[in-house]
Write a protein that binds this ligand. Structure first.
Ligand code: DQA
Length: 147
């Protein structure tokens, strides 16, 4: 089963971007780890990152049209983008919202997510493990569905 891991703005700078908050792994390293982890779960993982809202919306439409499960870190769009929320609302398969940092323990503006009402579930504050937990949950849910 194909699964998209979609990362929003500034996540391409992982490793260099506030490493005390977001860790020292680069986006390329994150992608390689997740592809590897996903193949152990029988999932074909595609990891993509963009700073452009229109591109992310296109990927969410693609996921909706092809019924692909998604792990989404909407980054800053989480907190203000109704356009990303509207695209997520069209989902036709599970979508798990992931944040590397614990957004509830940071600035007030990070506590609100426009995405959460439309997500299957949310994981925040567990760093890269959050992506792995999301992929494991998706694999379990796909297996149960196919039982
Ligand atoms: C983030 C948290 C957001 O508040 C922030 O804008 C990001 C990354 C996270 O992964 O912790 O860019 O989504």
């Amino acid at each position: 089963m194909r699964v998209l891991v979609l990362n929003g703005p500034n996540l391409g700078r992982l490793g260099r971007r506030e490493p005390e908050i977001y860790g020292s792994l680069t986006h390329d390293q994150l992608a390689a780890q997740l592809v590897d982890f996903g193949s152990g779960l029988g999932l074909g993982i595609e990891v993509r990152q963009t700073d452009a809202e229109a591109e992310m919306i296109g990927w969410l439409h693609e996921a909706a049209d092809e019924s692909l499960p998604v792990v989404l870190n909407p980054a800053a769009w989480t907190h203000y983008s109704i356009a990303i929320a509207d695209a997520v609302a069209q989902r036709t398969a599970d979508l798990i919202e992931v944040h590397l940092s614990n957004v509830h323990a940071r600035e007030e503006f990070r506590r609100h997510s426009y995405i959460t009402p439309y997500a299957t579930g949310v994981i925040a504050g567990l760093g890269v493990d959050g992506y792995r937990l999301a992929l494991r949950a998706l694999a379990d849910r796909i297996a149960r569905r196919d039982e």
